[in-house]
Design a protein around this ligand. Structure first.
Ligand code: HEC
Ligand code: HEC
Length: 428
């Protein structure tokens, strides 16, 4: 074979890449991928074209092992370049891995190209077709693998690329909450979690009806970063246990997580007991033995988080009031206090709406020792204490049926909570 110069080689090689470039361009346009990918691919291919064009005297005689030995370091250098280049342009981890993989696929291709039985093909233009075929095969494998990964959606990744990263210093208050909602939406949390009436499926708990906002920042954060640490009640089956993706810790920045948690903290319902369990087989805390057991601890003043709060000091450990005038929880026909302007007449305690329980216990009763506990203590624990208080007139082991799960609040109802100022600010 006649020895050609580097320039001659290059001039002969570059035109062969034109169809490749055209096809890549078409694919990118067709799938609406960012054009940046084209530049990345083009860069990789150009570097290989140059390398291929370096004249090598005994190219044909090189053994396979030597060939690998010669090309691997080059590929490693290119790989590192691709990786840090992608890093520089702020590509997410998945894209970086794919770019790196593309570099290695190219190595594979050039290695097979140099295998002896294939040598004649090297000169023919049809090796361009083989390059395409190699990439098509590799892409097929990538897509096959990534398809198996839970919830990997290129659309989401692309959307993330096109958005500037969230920087919290520029935002505060309602802006942080709105940004957190956007993070929730962008990361397809709605695919598995409803938030009250909104969302696509009930694979995971409805974070609105569950009132995830009652929990601490740290608890919510841990459930997102390490979803296997605590299983949500009613989601202990094998499939649900593994459903929640474990990659959010890698995908989300610190600011994104902060915003996400700020948004989730707003998911509360001042008119209903929290609802647990899988859609279709749900129950409320009124009948939840774990919530009630914790409520007893709060009621008796033994919960460290609510140190200083002790319902039993006034209402009695056995439900026999120790303080004159304190409500007797053993009498299911007790009426709502008449000391409050929004007094609910004619409804016995056993039929009180959840909203009345919540309002009285969080806001207190004017001019009495029954204080606005909700101004001081986290509402998570107050709901539980209320669920326990009910057991004095309606013991858990004597119940014949559970309280019905309330219908999911509508958009209008939720807007009305805000308008009617049913939430205490700040939310505890
Ligand atoms: C593929 C489905 C799926 C996706 C996507 C998903 N989750 Fe989950 N998630 C679940 C399931 C199922 C559970 C209940 C089982 C468990 O606790 O792991 C759960 C549990 C949770 C919990 C704990 C609830 C509790 O009772 O303590 C939180 C909080 C949560 N997810 C938030 C999120 C957020 C935020 C996102 C998006 C960034 C998200 N999830 C995306 C399926 C999903
Ligand atoms: C310092 C004493 C005291 C403590 C502590 C206390 N209460 Fe009371 N509570 C009262 C008194 C007194 C009333 C009756 C007020 C009235 O109607 O005059 C009352 C009334 C109530 C009522 C009836 C509201 C209504 O609509 O009439 C509920 C429910 C209640 N308490 C729940 C609780 C719970 C739950 C706790 C613990 C988280 C608690 N209380 C802690 C003194 C106390």
């Amino acid at each position: 074979m006649e020895q050609k110069s580097f320039l001659q080689n290059l001039m002969a090689t570059v035109p062969k890449f034109l169809p490749v470039a055209a096809v890549v361009w078409l694919i990118v346009k067709w799938f609406g991928l960012p054009v940046t990918i084209c530049w990345g691919m083009a860069g990789i291919v150009i570097v290989y074209a140059i390398l291929l064009s370096i004249p090598s005297k005994k190219f044909e005689e090189q053994s396979f092992v030597k060939n690998v030995g010669f090309k691997t370091p080059v590929v490693l250098v290119i790989g590192a370049g691709v990786w840090f280049g992608a890093e520089y342009f702020g590509f997410p981890i998945w894209w970086k891995i794919e770019f790196l993989a593309a570099t290695f696929v190219a190595l594979l291709f050039f290695l097979t190209l140099d295998l002896k039985p294939m040598q004649p093909e090297k000169k023919a233009a049809n090796w361009v077709i083989r390059l395409l075929a190699t990439y098509a095969l590799a892409s097929g494998i990538f897509i096959g693998i990534t398809d198996q990964l839970p919830q990997f959606d290129p659309g989401v990744e692309i959307a993330k690329l096109e958005k500037p990263p969230l920087k919290l210093s520029a935002a505060a208050g309602p802006e942080v909450i709105a940004a957190g909602r956007q993070v929730f939406q962008d990361n397809k949390c709605f695919n598995c979690h409803k938030v009250f009436w909104e969302g696509n499926s009930d694979r995971g708990p409805n974070l609105g009806s569950k009132q995830i906002g009652l929990y601490s920042d740290d608890y919510i954060k841990e459930q997102i970063l390490d979803p296997r640490a605590n299983q949500s009640p009613g989601f202990e089956d094998k499939k649900s246990k593994k459903a929640m993706p474990t990659y959010y810790g890698d995908d989300l920045s610190k600011d994104e997580i902060t915003a996400l948690v700020a948004y989730l903290r707003t998911l509360r319902d001042p008119t209903h007991m929290p609802v647990e369990g899988k859609f279709g087989a749900q129950w409320t805390w009124w009948d939840d033995k774990d919530a009630i057991a914790e409520g007893k601890v709060v009621f008796e003043g033994l919960e460290p988080v609510t140190e200083g709060l002790n319902c039993s000091v006034c209402h009695g450990k056995e439900g026999i009031p120790l303080m004159q005038g304190a409500l007797d929880f053993r009498k299911e026909d007790n009426m709502d206090t008449d000391k409050m302007p929004d007094h609910l007449a004619g409804v016995p305690m056993k039929d009180w709406p959840d909203s009345l329980w919540y309002k009285r216990v969080t806001r207190g009763i004017d001019g009495t020792p029954m204080g606005p506990w909700g101004m001081i203590f986290p509402h998570l624990y107050l709901w539980k204490a209320e669920a326990y208080a009910r057991t004095f007139h309606d013991p858990l082991d004597k119940r014949t049926e559970k309280r019905p799960v309330p219908p999911v609040p509508t958009k209008e109802e939720i807007e009305k909570w805000q308008a009617d100022e049913l939430f205490l600010d700040p939310l505890l």
